[in-house]
Design a protein around this ligand. Structure first.
Ligand code: PMV
Length: 316
């Protein structure tokens, strides 16, 4: 069985599509898992989306025809093509605790776990850059023009400072960050919010280009404060990032209400995270205020909350 975590964007979503840096971390409280089982000869490759009870049959990518329009089938097909493997007799069962269309990287986590499990079952486990490149291909199907931040942080499993087209930079977290993550309960398409921002950028290149640059500068500043462990400043930058995301039109009255409620309950800062217009907000808290912030978020309309601590992974 293989798995992959969800992810949280701490700073820089949307501007990252235009070449600005962003900071993302794995969110290990939620994950996707894929388990393979050998099936009788001649049965081919099937994918069982366990949570939704969907059963999919994978055709071999070299059998001709158009690439599949289904992201799960496509992930399996490009893995077979990459490994030049014949169609195996196998079932792949997917389970995920990550809410879909919520800015938590559900699509990239499922693709990562699926490609890990399928390639391992074929005897050639894919990892690192090779895995990341395949997951990015599937992300294009989900998102149109993804920056690559979701697949990069999920495949690496470590906090990343990310600039589109460049190798991700790992960085230190000076003081662990305690975050409350709150689900607005509203599913929103990242493809649509990214598309809407692009349209506005094309209509107003100077002002939107300026907002992206402002976000990029803020992300660079945030990295320094995260490395130094300066929680108060990190919180203030989250608040500023949220305002700039609102200016990009990707917030909503509900997301503004949730972030406001978190701040009123003692959070050091709060912002939407991911594509926006729904999905999740994150609040930076002290452990002593975490419970009251989570309660305030639920009181303001969040359908569920999680707590997570972000820290530098100790490498052996
Ligand atoms: O998948 P989401 O909703 O977390 O959004 C990804 C972040 C964006 O910057 C909005 C899009 C991208 O490709 O980077």
């Amino acid at each position: 069985m293989q798995q992959a975590p969800a992810k949280i964007i701490l700073f820089g979503e949307h501007a990252v599509v235009y070449g600005q840096p962003a900071i993302a971390v794995p969110f290990t409280a939620l994950h996707a898992t894929v388990e393979s089982r050998a099936t009788p000869p001649g049965t081919g490759l099937t994918i069982i989306a366990g949570d939704v009870g969907q059963l999919l049959h994978v055709e071999h990518p070299l059998a001709g025809g158009e690439p599949s329009g289904n992201a799960l089938i496509y992930a399996a097909q490009i893995t077979l093509a990459k490994l030049k493997a014949p169609l195996p007799d196998l079932s792949l069962e997917i389970r995920s605790t990550i809410p879909v269309a919520s800015g938590l990287g559900s699509g990239a986590a499922v693709s990562t776990a699926l490609i890990r499990e399928l390639s391992a079952a074929l005897g050639s486990p894919l990892q690192g850059d090779a895995l990341n490149a395949l997951v990015y291909e599937v992300e294009k199907m989900h998102h149109g023009t993804p920056s690559g931040i979701d697949n990069t942080v999920i495949v690496s499993g470590a906090p990343v400072y990310f600039v589109r087209g460049q190798a991700p930079q790992p960085f230190q977290i000076g003081t662990p960050l305690t975050l409350v993550v709150a689900d607005s309960g509203i599913q929103a398409s990242t493809r649509e919010s990214v598309g809407a921002v692009r349209e506005l950028y094309e209509q107003h290149p100077d002002s939107f280009g300026g907002y992206f640059e402002e976000i990029g500068a803020l992300v660079k500043e945030a990295r320094r404060y995260i490395e130094a462990g300066n929680l108060k400043e990190i919180g203030q930058l989250m608040n500023r990032n949220h305002i700039l995301l609102s200016v990009l039109t990707v917030s909503s009255p509900l997301l503004n209400r949730l972030t406001g409620a978190a701040r009123d309950a003692g959070a050091l800062g709060a912002k939407l995270s991911g594509g926006g217009r729904g999905g999740n907000v994150i609040a930076l808290v002290m452990s002593s205020t975490a419970d009251q912030v989570a309660e305030a978020l639920r009181g303001a309309g969040a359908v569920r909350t999680w707590m997570t601590t972000v820290e530098t992974l100790e490498t052996a």
